[in-house]
Design a protein around this ligand. Structure first.
Ligand code: ASP
Length: 325
């Protein structure tokens, strides 16, 4: 393929978030309404994007704390359609920061994209005196065009994180994300990506369209509840879920993700209730409430973990797997 035949069109899909937020007072970086400014306005006039062949689409306009299955399904459907276009090199998605790590994991898990899908966001609304969205959007263009870029990544505050590792760890600062002990994939400096480690393994297809079609056809995700062990914990909430499953099967919780203390240890009262729930058919998955590191398997571990995923990602992964089962 000659250079001129290389795919070079970039698609931007907008879903809302603070990056599209509007405040009534320019100095207000916290009392704003997310998901107001059209994504086309966010890109217009950004020097990095000038002259770039780009298609812009508004898929949703929400505060990502309110993410729902239909919004994810609409996003997955548009991603599949665009990733399959030969002329499209990659896709940038604007998104709120609050549930960004869940969307990033969902897209990686379901789509396994061979092309780059770069999620970006902001911590200050578009109306801020010094908004961070324009720089993040410019950096996202550098990452989506980087040689060899593939899979789902997150660009914010000059750093690039992979979907598996990324977590929001701060409610306010301009770099709210961390990849924990894995560290970021790299940094963006003056429009260039400097990588510290490799992209996820290459996959032959631009997208797993079969898995995506199954996801888009779902009527619902399975109900999966996330609970945490702590000092003086008990099993009352779990026993209430068991009762609900018996009396209102249509609302039945099908899975529970439990964040253990330390290496997945659980208060004995909570553990006993979880065992009762599992005996009655609920799937129970163990994670850790430690912000870094997976549960290290030990003999006598009461419940298995889910590929070392964080509790938020394990909850979503389990909800998707159970919905399919
Ligand atoms: N609540 C906003 C959202 O997740 C926060 C943000 O975008 O930073 O949409």
């Amino acid at each position: 393929m000659s250079d001129s035949a290389q795919p070079r069109r970039i698609v931007i899909l907008g879903t809302g978030g603070t990056i599209a937020g509007r405040a009534t007072r320019a100095g207000d970086n916290v009392g704003y309404t997310a998901g107001q400014v059209p994504v086309s306005d966010l890109v217009a006039g950004l020097p990095a994007w000038e002259g770039q062949a780009v298609d812009v689409e508004q898929v949703a306009q929400i505060n990502s704390k309110d993410m729902t299955l239909p919004v994810w399904q609409a996003l997955v459907a548009r991603l599949v359609a665009h990733l399959q276009r030969p002329e499209v090199a990659g896709i940038v998605v604007t998104h709120g920061t609050d549930t960004l790590e869940e969307t990033a994991w969902l897209l990686q898990s379901v789509l396994k994209p061979g092309k780059p899908v770069v999620l970006t966001c902001a911590m200050r609304p578009a109306t801020a005196v010094a908004p961070d969205g324009p720089q993040n959007l410019s950096d996202a263009l550098a990452v989506v065009q980087a040689p060899g870029a593939r899979g789902v990544s997150v660009v914010c505050g000059g750093q690039v994180h992979l979907a598996r590792d990324v977590a929001k760890v701060h409610p306010y600062r301009l770099q709210p994300f961390s990849s924990g002990e894995a560290g970021p994939l790299g940094v963006v400096e003056e429009g260039l990506l400097r990588r510290f480690r490799d992209w996820p393994p290459a996959v032959p297809a631009p997208v797993d369209a079969v898995a995506a079609a199954r996801f888009v056809a779902l009527g619902s995700l399975a109900r999966v509840v996330w609970v945490t062990s702590h000092a003086d914990a008990d099993g009352a909430l779990i026993d209430a879920l068991r009762l609900q499953a018996q009396h209102a099967p249509e609302l039945a919780c099908r899975g529970i993700v439990v964040s253990g203390t330390g290496n997945g240890s659980l208060h004995q009262r909570l553990q006993a209730a979880l065992q009762r729930a599992r005996d009655e058919g609920m799937a129970v998955v163990l994670a850790t409430r430690c912000p870094e590191g997976p549960v290290v398997p030990w003999s006598g571990q009461p419940f298995a973990d889910l590929d070392g995923l964080s509790p938020a990602k394990a909850r979503l992964e389990l909800a998707w797997r159970l919905a399919e089962a």
